[in-house]
Ligand binder design. Structure first.
Ligand code: HEM
Ligand code: FES
Length: 337
């Protein structure tokens, strides 16, 4: 959490997450190639390298959808929170799978003549497209460059050095990459593949993504719009029993930032509800190993004093809290926006 480079802090959860993700990628590619070689036989047989190129391309597209869906899903249900915690690794893996697809396609399709393989693939038109049509690999290559930029700057070192504004904008580029991939498919495979399967899959994917983003946005807007008036600085956060052990509720006084009210083994604590990393909603996190853990990327804070555990030095404001007749009262004063 400082501007100096610190290697990725591997823990058991991250290792398990990455192993499961790698196993899913290997299984997807193996099943795609296996089923493809069984279905396409005789005159219509597709060679193993082409099946592998296609399997890796489709796998990268599926992974990109999953990466983009995790954020809004985690805001709608706690069940998706474990997926969110290590989402950056999944993003980097998506780039690696897309790179494997691009490298194999360049080596395979670019090696038939004597010309430079890169020049060959970058000028290829989709089979079935009219002669002189825009080369379908160009939008794919743009998407790959955007995915590379995001993977290369995904470490917190870059967040600290580029600043949150630039980092956020670079990473919003994923939506541009998404549009480029749709262009790659529309100018390529959809020119020869006359069935509507690809079109339906693209529409379902884009519809799911936009539906989830809209639903999560409406929910966050409703929650943030609900504010209460403090009485002499104290605000009623709700019944203590309504807060599950190790979880929190969000409370917001008019004109103030949200506060996360946590129930944990040591009692009840109220800390500033916005994560110091990228503004994650701390009330949607959990207590893990005695620390409040942000649901977005796992930054941690001690509930008693809002300090990050050593060796980190972030600190969030805390609020006085008391339980009166089973109801949790939080003191919110001054300017805490
Ligand atoms: C320099 C970058 C890229 C190159 C050279 C490239 C090359 C190709 C080629 C040659 C094909 C046609 C394969 C065939 O029909 O046999 C193809 C299809 C495809 N590509 Fe790419 N691609 C690139 C980037 C990407 C990226 C970034 C993605 C996704 C994240 C992607 C996803 C796909 C998919 C889903 C297909 C259709 C596979 C199928 O026919 O089922 N490509 N690509
Ligand atoms: S926003 Fe990234 S850890 Fe909280």
């Amino acid at each position: 959490m400082s501007a100096t480079y610190r290697a990725v802090n591997w823990n058991a959860h991250k290792k398990k997450y990455d192993l499961i993700a790698l196993a899913c990628v290997a299984l997807f590619v193996a099943v795609y190639v296996g089923v493809g070689s069984l279905v396409f036989r005789g005159n219509g047989a597709i060679s193993a390298p082409v099946l592998a190129i296609r399997a890796l391309g489709v796998c990268a597209v599926v992974m990109l959808h999953v990466v983009l869906m995790i954020g809004p899903m985690a805001r709608l249900t706690h069940l998706a929170a474990p997926l969110l915690y290590n989402r950056r690794h999944l993003g980097v893996m998506t780039f690696v799978v897309a790179l494997a697809h691009a490298a194999l396609a360049t080596l395979y399709y670019g090696s038939f003549g004597g010309a430079n393989p890169l020049t060959v693939v970058l000028t290829m038109s989709g089979s079935g497209a009219s002669p002189g049509a825009f080369p379908f690999v160009v939008p794919g290559a743009v998407a790959l460059m955007v995915l590379f930029l995001m993977a290369a700057t995904s470490h917190d070192f870059w967040l600290a050095n580029l600043g949150a504004w630039w980092w956020k904008w670079i990473h919003m580029g994923v939506y541009g990459a998404y549009v480029c991939i749709v262009g790659h498919l529309a100018l390529g495979v959809m020119q020869s593949e006359k069935s509507v399967v690809y079109l339906v899959m693209i529409l379902v994917g884009a519809g799911l993504l936009s539906g989830l983003h809209i639903a999560a946005g409406v929910r966050a807007w409703k929650r943030d719009a609900r504010t209460d008036d403090a009485v002499q600085g104290w605000i009623d956060a709700g019944a203590l029993d309504a807060i599950p052990m190790g979880c929190a509720i969000s409370v917001r006084a008019r004109g103030h930032a949200p506060v996360a009210v946590y129930r944990h083994e040591g009692g009840v604590s109220a800390i500033h509800g916005v994560c110091a990393h990228q503004g994650g909603p701390l009330a949607e996190g959990r207590v893990v190993g005695g620390c409040v853990t942000c649901p977005w990327h796992g930054y941690q804070y001690k509930p008693e004093d809002g300090c990050a555990p050593a060796p980190y030095d972030d600190k969030l404001a805390t609020h006085e809290v008391k339980v009166v007749d089973g109801r949790v009262m939080v003191r919110i004063e001054g300017d805490s926006r």
